[in-house]
Design a protein around this ligand. Structure first.
Ligand SMILES: Nc1nc2c(ncn2[C@@H]2O[C@H](COP(=O)(O)OP(=O)(O)O)[C@@H](O)[C@H]2O)c(=O)[nH]1
Ligand SMILES: [Mg+2]
Length: 221
């Protein structure tokens, strides 16, 4: 059976220190945290749906949306334990919301925690919510100029996942340009070309993330 999670310290941490405390908390409990950022409809939840059968019980999700618990329900239905935060009118998640979510979650045995941020390529890029890495999710249907137009989102992201690649035959979208522009803003960014519909690229993305998680946890030992 997995580890028992105690939350005392992060519950008591003052607001301005909370992101750091969350990071320490996750590291101490061997949980690697990925903050998914991207526009509304870019395919963040669908990517998690595609990952769900590969993840099983070792992963959990915190979902951030202004309203509804639709995304958490979509993932729970697939057996990926998920907790929904409603930010009402806030355009991004903050560390206090993550702390509150953790108090309502069962984290025993969790090694990977995904946080799907509020759909928005601007505000979520500026806030650390205790994650190990941000990953930008950008779809081919949004147009190939988006990595160039949202440089901060790219600069803060360790990886860019280009989704909905199955729709490429129907669109004018230059994926090579997306990669080029992303690398111009962040030379070491990892690019994954994915379809949540067909599953293309999903295993490669997961394998890379697991490598990163392993590296981060070994580094700490
Ligand atoms: N064809 C195709 N549609 C996708 C893919 N990923 C997401 N979608 C569709 O795009 C829409 C928005 O996806 P969703 O995952 O809810 O986006 P989110 O708002 O970023 O979480 C839904 O209608 C999905 O079915 C994909 O890889 N291929
Ligand atoms: Mg979603």
């Amino acid at each position: 059976m997995g580890k028992k999670i105690k939350l005392d310290r992060i519950v008591k941490a003052p607001g301005h220190k909370l992101a750091k405390e969350l990071q320490t908390f996750f590291r101490e409990h061997g949980i690697f945290v990925v903050n998914l950022i991207g526009s509304p409809g870019s395919g963040k939840t669908s990517l998690l749906e595609a990952l769900a059968p590969l993840l099983g019980n070792r992963a959990a999700v915190i979902e951030g949306d202004l309203a509804t618990d639709e995304d958490a329900r979509r993932l729970n239905k697939l057996g990926l334990r998920s907790f929904q935060i409603n930010t009402v009118d806030a355009c991004h998640l903050d560390p206090g919301m993550i702390r509150d979510a953790l108090q309502n979650m069962q984290l025993d045995g969790v090694e990977l925690l995904f946080i799907e941020n509020v759909g928005n390529l601007v505000c979520p890029a500026s806030f650390n919510i205790g994650e190990d890495m941000k990953v930008a999710v950008v779809s081919v249907t949004e147009g190939d100029d988006k990595p160039a137009k949202y440089p901060t989102a790219i600069e803060v992201s360790s990886a860019m996942v280009v989704t909905k690649i199955d729709l490429l035959p129907y669109l004018k979208c230059d994926v090579e340009r997306m990669k080029r522009d992303a690398r111009a803003h962040r030379p070491d960014i990892q690019c994954f070309i994915v379809s949540a519909q067909t599953g293309e690229g999903v295993r490669e993305y997961l394998a890379w993330m697991e490598e990163q998680a392993e590296g981060a946890l070994q580094h700490q030992e």
